[in-house]
Ligand binder design. Structure first.
Ligand SMILES: Nc1nc2c(c(=O)[nH]1)N[C@H]1C(S)=C(S)[C@@H](COP(=O)(O)OP(=O)(O)OC[C@H]3O[C@@H](n4cnc5c(N)ncnc54)[C@H](O)[C@@H]3O)O[C@H]1N2
Ligand code: MOO
Length: 418
């Protein structure tokens, strides 16, 4: 879209990939901070990190037993001391000698093998072989540098930091990691029919469920969520909600994105100074998605424009666009190397009819490599969403496929998909 050209219903909906790439390219630039390693779970690494040390820094025993020279097999040996984890043996193992050793302890000089204690018998300071000696290729020794050597790259930029990455950074001698600061996300529910929690409902009203759903989708990421609404279908009210969200890096709305007389998010965005970047994507559900931005003007912390992502109101549409657009935008802003979700191949449990003019994301269950479509594909059906753990991708105008065919699916982990 050219700058200044207002997208209209006459502008064809964008193909999915084009729309996703455009959105991700708008990701705000969040400042990089140095955060205590243990507090980095779920963040993305902003710069590569290298090892400040070698691990292990000396050869270690991988088992409890006796350290000795393989050339002395089959023994017997005289025990001359002990090497425990944190307490190395200071001497050297000579011919016919052994050192009692524990897992993680430094292998004494002169030794090149560890005999498991289960394969040995000890009487006083004499040890004899009672079982199988270690094979020449498995002497229960972890050589120095087996895990990593000083200055080697430990983690690449854009890596998601989880429990194992925290362990690696700590072992590599890091106290802090460079990550983008937590993202401020405002989520706005809009619609006259919506009611917030704990309030009585008339027949024409429904509980606002999209806001909590979208917040839960983002919960695994370092995101501070502010929930606003539900907001009435009045331009002034929506503008006021957008002002309330003035300090957010990203605003996600749901509802009011379509073409009805009460779908007022677009005019409200214009009134609030948001320039529309694109509107409508050729996907089902989720077509009326919109993306806009406005200058923050709130200091150096907000160097990039604020992004507004308007999702359709239907719950399945909000979920699918939350998965295909909101989460990739959050990941890209937080510095993820890979912002877009990936499909995996699965076998269709039943025939799949031909597709329509939009790419579709069908709610389904994936079990044992096979995927079964939910019979209720209405974008207002939350039950179907709640019992699904996968989205089957059917490309626009895809031909009908027989059961057993391979299709791409997105897996949705229960409770935590970010
Ligand atoms: N004439 C046309 N009508 C519609 C079109 C179209 O192209 N031409 N597009 C349809 C499609 S596709 C979708 S998707 C919907 C989405 O419309 P909106 O984004 O404007 O959503 P609303 O009309 O506000 O609401 C739709 C539906 O979702 C419920 N809803 C909304 N917000 C929430 C919430 N926070 N929690 C739970 N449920 C919510 C709302 O009550 C409606 O039932 O438009 C089609 N129409
Ligand atoms: O695209 Mo709407 O999201 O079909 O339901």
């Amino acid at each position: 879209m050219n700058a200044g050209a207002e997208p209209s219903v006459r502008t064809p909906p964008l193909p999915l990939r084009t729309a996703q790439e455009r959105l991700v390219s708008l990701a705000p630039d969040l400042a990089i901070e140095h955060r205590a390693v243990a507090d980095c779970n779920g963040f993305y690494l902003a710069h590569p990190i290298t090892a400040h040390r070698t691990q292990p820094d000396a050869p270690l025993s991988a088992m409890d037993g006796y350290a000795m020279r393989a050339a002395d097999l089959p023994g017997p040996w005289q025990v001359i001391g002990e090497s425990a984890a944190g307490h190395p043996f200071g001497g050297t193992v000579a011919a016919g000698q052994a050192v009692r050793i524990s897992t993680g302890a430094v292998l004494p000089d002169g030794a090149d093998m560890v005999l498991l204690q289960e394969d040995a018998a000890r009487a006083g300071d004499r040890v004899t072989l009672t079982g199988t000696p270690p094979s020449p290729t498995g002497r229960h020794i972890r050589p120095a540098g087996m895990d990593f050597v000083a200055d080697a790259q430990l983690l690449a930029p854009g890596t998601r930091i989880g429990p194992a990455q925290i362990a690696l950074a700590m072992a590599g001698g890091h106290q802090h990691l460079p990550v983008r600061r937590p993202l401020r996300l405002a989520i706005i529910d809009s619609g006259d029919e919506l009611v917030g929690p704990g309030k009585p409902l008339a027949a024409h009203q429904i509980p606002a469920s999209n806001g909590p759903m979208l917040a839960a989708m983002a919960a695994g990421l370092p995101v501070q969520v502010t929930r606003i609404g539900p907001v009435a279908d009045r331009i002034d009210d929506i503008v006021a909600a957008l002002e309330q969200a003035g300090g957010a890096d990203i605003i996600v709305t749901s509802g009011g994105a379509s073409v009805g007389d009460h779908d007022l998010v677009r005019p409200a965005l214009a009134a609030a100074g948001v320039t529309l970047d694109f509107w409508r994507v050729a996907i089902k559900p989720g077509k009326p998605l919109l993306v806009g931005r406005r200058d923050h003007g709130a200091g150096p912390e907000f160097a990039s424009p604020q992004i507004v992502l308007g999702l359709p109101g239907n719950p399945a549409s909000a979920f699918v666009t939350g998965f295909l657009f909101m989460l990739p935008l959050l990941r890209a802003t937080l510095g993820a190397a890979e912002a877009l979700p990936r499909t995996i191949p699965a076998r269709l449990a039943a025939d799949l009819p031909a597709g329509g003019s939009r790419a579709e994301f069908l709610r389904a269950r994936f079990e044992g490599g096979a995927v079964t479509l939910d019979p209720l594909q209405d974008s207002g059906a939350i039950t179907a969403l709640a019992r699904s753990n996968a989205l089957v991708v059917r490309e626009a105008r895809a031909p009908a496929l027989p059961a057993g065919s391979e299709v791409p699916v997105y897996l949705l982990e229960t409770g935590r998909i970010a």
